[in-house]
Design a protein around this ligand. Sequence first.
Ligand code: CMP
Length: 139
Amino acid sequence: MEIEQTLILVKPDGVQRGLIGEIISRYERKGLKLIGLKLLQLPLVKAEELYAIHKEQPFYDRLIEFMTSTPIVAMAVEGKNAIKLARLINGVTDPLESAPGSIRGDYSTDITYNLVHASDCLENAKSELAILFSPEELC
Ligand code: CMP
């Protein structure tokens, strides 16, 4: 089993709704280890880099505007199968499909304003972590 590192974001809606502690506790309770944590206003260039894969999507502009609107929390977590586990804890993107017990299943009704982000594969986890954290910021 692989020890992986992944990037998780609490999006602006999660911060505004006062859910930072609740959201972080879910990864911690599962056994994933926090190795980096910060509150920041996401710069436009970093939002564009993070979501470059969605550039042609009709929701892209709304997504970028949302992600840069108010502060987010970025965290790096580490653990066995951390990438898949973080996404299971988050729940799927579509609010009609996200299971009760997942973060989105419990707290979100909107496909864009969906509280959290987690990298979807090892390659993207590496590049997304590098967008948000310098090596010195990871413990
Ligand atoms: P995230 O996991 O950060 O990855 C891409 C984001 O784009 C996603 O969460 C949503 O916030 C947003 N998104 C994905 N699909 C749609 C969609 N069909 N309509 C609107 N927003 C979407």
